[in-house]
Design a protein around this ligand. Structure first.
Ligand SMILES: [Zn+2]
Length: 323
């Protein structure tokens, strides 16, 4: 079992996920006689079994979990939430923007896969690959159902006998939030900052169209707080947050320059092909590769460093390149 005791009587619990990061770290804190849970995991057998083991190990009756907070709507964090709500009767809270995204992406009348297909075809993805990407995307749905009943989170919450500020950190998702404890200088960061992996910053139908600007602003926002330790949702703890923030910003600056240099009457798909040429990508990875390339291209366009032309496919041209 992947479980570790942390400050304020809390636990850091690794719940398995079927993705390369292997675990999503969820946080469990006491609140009076009950418990508050932050993030839940992906709805598949190994995830559900892990929670059953955790409850037995900690001798917790599921009905003692009376509040669940979600840092953001992505399926590796939110997918098990409906299952957990049914099991515990907990109330679920998250940022209103991501609450609406959950409904948009997986609600009964969702047209998200249709919109996604339209979007990637616009940006040059070949028809056959677009089919495979969408098929794969549709398969995720069963790992997030049933959807929980959710309410918008307030600006301040209480658990582990402490008050935590809820900090809106758009970027990785538009409604992403972190939890900050002033006196202890702790940040529960979700996927806003990770120790080794660069959080994916992407453009999706219905998401912000300037996620990279927002992400960099959100990194600079948390850089202003004194923080001793960051509890992220994947990987290890981060003790030197400022260095990690600088590395993440540098990574995006380098990626922006690279994309700017390759924007030579190319589609976003062709640029992604160059960027990820060293890897054999799965349909899932292709979806993220394209959405992430778009986030950078939109940033460059907003900064007037590239221009776009045409329709289906849209092509990009760097403003600084000599033809
Ligand atoms: Zn994640």
């Amino acid at each position: 079992m992947n479980i570790e005791e942390i400050e304020s009587g809390g636990y850091r619990i690794g719940i398995p996920i079927p993705f390369p990061m292997k675990y999503v770290y969820c946080y469990l804190f006491p609140k009076n006689e009950d418990y508050v849970l932050i993030d839940v995991g992906f709805n598949y057998q190994a995830g559900r079994e892990a929670w059953e083991e955790v409850f037995t190990y900690l001798n917790i009756n599921p009905s003692q979990i009376n509040t669940i907070y979600l840092t953001h709507f992505h399926p590796d964090h939110s997918g098990l939430c409906g299952w957990m709500q049914q099991k515990t009767g907990a109330k679920v809270y998250m940022h209103e923007i991501d609450m609406n995204m959950m409904e948009r992406v997986w609600g009964e009348n969702s047209i998200q896969t249709k919109s996604m297909k339209e979007m990637i075809l616009d940006y040059g993805v070949p028809a056959q690959l677009s089919e495979v990407i969408i098929e794969h995307m549709e398969k995720i749905t069963k790992h997030v159902l049933p959807l929980p009943k959710i309410e918008p989170i307030s600006r301040e919450v209480e658990f582990g006998e402490k008050i935590w500020d809820v900090i809106h950190t758009p970027g990785h998702s538009t409604g992403h939030i972190c939890f900050y404890q002033k006196e202890e200088q702790i940040l529960i960061a979700g996927d806003h900052v990770l120790d080794k992996i660069t959080p994916n910053i992407s453009v999706w139908p219905g998401s912000s169209q300037e996620p990279l600007h927002e992400y960099i602003d959100s990194l600079l926002k948390i850089k202003q707080f004194p923080i001793k330790v960051v509890y992220s949702a994947h990987g290890k703890l981060i003790e030197d947050l400022n260095t990690r923030i600088d590395e993440l910003i540098l990574h995006h600056e380098e990626r922006l320059s690279k994309i700017e240099n390759h924007a030579n009457t190319k589609t976003a798909f062709e640029i992604a092909e160059v960027l990820f040429a060293h890897k054999e990508l799965s349909p899932h990875q292709w979806r993220f590769a394209i959405a992430e390339t778009l986030a950078h291209l939109f940033f460059l366009e907003q900064e007037n460093r590239v221009s776009k032309a045409g329709t289906r496919p849209i092509v990009y041209q760097s403003k600084s390149s000599v033809i």
